[in-house]
Design a protein around this ligand. Structure first.
Ligand SMILES: O=C(O)/C=C/c1cccc(O)c1O
Ligand SMILES: [Fe+2]
Length: 314
């Protein structure tokens, strides 16, 4: 039984709108070092917590949490496409265990995932198909959202399940930190977009997919020129959040409401619940220590961009 954790911001803008070479080199070095540490750990199973951005989960039925029994990545923004190697029987055991522990996660036998899941697998594992992975969706975009406490309890339940396995388990949290890219919202959507958000966007026509991609790229370019063109990043909050997790003070976040978080750090900062769930899962193994923290606000990627590893204290 052993466990390792890595949490990493994701952004589909990498390779589309990049920061200065020195910043890129810094991020590359941090990710390469994390990848080496993970390779040394040699995980037998990945449990990956990620949000979705209206590519696989829609308002026809929007769960707060969903565990994938099988999953396929769509390859948005040039991220990897294809089947994820989900160990079905183990994923079923995981879902049974989580429900038995009082957390009502949905299950999907045909989960569709986007860059939120694919990017950390590519960056940290070298591809989406390298190691068996149980994908765990946390709704971080489509209001109403689950709160911090529920994300923590989900993580703890999954951690207790993982601890019961005789396997080296890598926990990954994908998303955040402060940011608010132009993700559509049902409240302000016109009829066509509302229909897409309710499920007809599952397989977007090529030209609509391209228009969506270009809209986000254009927003990133505008954000570099004027950091009030989108909701501002909040490096102070991001650093505080990373310290809160690193110091094992997860429950302190329980009292922070979703709208309060959005006001502090932008609506998509709700993606940080994937980090909370991953750290909570790690906490089920006992006290932990965090290390190799990296942070930089990167407007080119519309991201407070963070990366951190953690492992149980010996
Ligand atoms: O899917 C999209 O349209 C945009 C996603 C996005 C943009 C910027 C930062 C992120 O973390 C994203 O997920
Ligand atoms: Fe995201």
């Amino acid at each position: 039984m052993s466990v390792y954790l890595h949490c990493l911001s994701h952004t589909p803008l990498i390779g589309h709108v990049d920061p200065a070479p020195a910043v890129l080199a810094e991020v590359d070095a941090s990710i390469a070092a994390a990848r080496e540490r993970i390779a040394r750990f040699d995980p037998e199973l990945v449990i990956l917590f990620s949000p979705d951005h209206y590519n696989g989960f829609f308002y026809d039925i929007m769960p707060s949490f969903c565990i994938g029994m099988a999953a396929r990545a769509i390859g948005d923004f040039g991220s990897a496409a294809g089947e994820l190697p989900v160990p079905r029987a183990l994923a079923e055991d995981c879902a049974r265990s989580v429900l038995a522990q009082g957390i009502d996660a949905a299950v999907s036998y045909r989960m569709q995932v986007d860059h939120g899941f694919a990017q950390p697998l590519e960056f940290l594992m070298g591809g989406i198909d390298r190691v068996p992975v149980i994908p765990v969706f946390i709704n971080s975009v489509a209001v109403p959202l689950p709160g911090f406490q529920r994300a923590r309890l989900l993580g703890e339940a999954i951690g207790r399940f993982a601890r019961s396995l005789d396997k080296r388990v890598l926990l990954i949290g994908s998303g955040g930190l402060s940011h608010q890219p132009p993700v559509p919202e049902l409240a302000t959507a016109n009829e066509h977009l509302a229909d897409r958000l309710k499920g007809s966007g599952r397989d977007l026509p090529v030209e609509e997919r391209e228009a969506r991609t270009q809209r986000v790229i254009a927003a990133a370019r505008a954000f570099v020129d004027d950091q009030h063109s989108l909701y501002p990043l909040n490096p102070d909050w991001d650093r505080q959040f990373m310290a809160t997790l690193a110091e094992g003070r997860l429950a302190e976040l329980d009292g922070l409401g979703n709208e309060e978080l959005s006001a502090l750090a932008g609506k998509s900062a709700n993606e940080v619940k994937t980090w909370v769930a991953a750290f909570a899962a790690l906490s089920a193994y006992g006290p932990y220590g965090a290390d190799h923290g990296y942070y930089r606000a990167i407007p080119e990627w519309i991201a407070g961009f963070g990366s951190i590893s953690a492992a149980p204290l010996r």
